[in-house]
Write a protein that binds this ligand. Structure first.
Ligand SMILES: O=C(O)CCC(=O)C(=O)O
Ligand SMILES: [Fe+2]
Length: 198
């Protein structure tokens, strides 16, 4: 499948617009002032991954195309050409749930920096991609976060005596520095930011 450069550009702009709307609603839902993210997201980073997976063999069972991980950033908006994306909840013992591929539907999940910003009220989502045994598969993941060197910490409004600060602040750059150290036993980046895990 060929995606024209112009179409991709339009898609990127529209998805960025959508991410700001969604983040506005999320920030409001957390009881934070909408201005809170205006500066962070307005001048923020949009990172797009265009993933192309080969067709999987039906004899091999579930072949992992992209290993389990959570995304950095606040939210990820993802479009998939066919089924393959799977998610797991933190407390269900590693059971993977497939995300249906509904034509034209966008899948949205939360990233590590939203978990930090919300001081743990929201959790980032562990997900992976399985090879589709019927066809080659394409997904476009658009990750929306703060600028590369901008430190993201817990929102002050969400820190009090009953809710002590749970995470150290970090930037996207810090995440990139962490990546090469996270090869053998995978940990969500956000786990390494927990103040009591230092
Ligand atoms: O291919 C998928 O469905 C997942 C892609 C993904 O998780 C990513 O690019 O971060
Ligand atoms: Fe991802």
């Amino acid at each position: 499948m060929l995606i024209g450069r112009k179409k991709m550009g339009t898609y990127a702009v529209e998805i960025q617009r959508l991410s700001i709307q969604l983040m506005g609603a999320i920030v409001q839902g957390l009881g934070l002032c909408p201005m809170h993210l205006q500066e962070k997201l307005g001048a923020g980073l949009q990172f797009m991954a265009l993933n192309n997976y080969p067709q999987g063999s039906s004899r091999a069972g579930d072949t992992v195309g992209l290993a389990p991980h959570s995304d950095i950033g606040f939210i990820t908006i993802l479009l998939q050409s066919s089924p393959g994306l799977e998610v797991t909840h933190h407390d269900d013992g590693g059971v993977w749930t497939p995300v249906p591929a509904i034509p034209g539907a966008l899948h949205v999940h939360l990233g590590d920096h939203l978990e930090v910003l919300s001081n743990g009220r929201l959790r980032s989502l562990l997900h992976r991609a399985i090879l589709n045994t019927d066809e080659e598969r394409i997904s476009i993941a658009s990750i929306h976060g703060a600028a590369i060197d901008e430190k993201v910490g817990c929102a002050e409004e969400l820190v009090d005596e009953r809710h002590p600060r749970m995470y150290r602040e970090s930037s996207f750059h810090d995440f990139l520095d962490f990546l090469p150290t996270n090869v053998k036993a995978y940990r969500r980046f956000v786990e390494t930011l927990k103040i009591d895990s230092a």
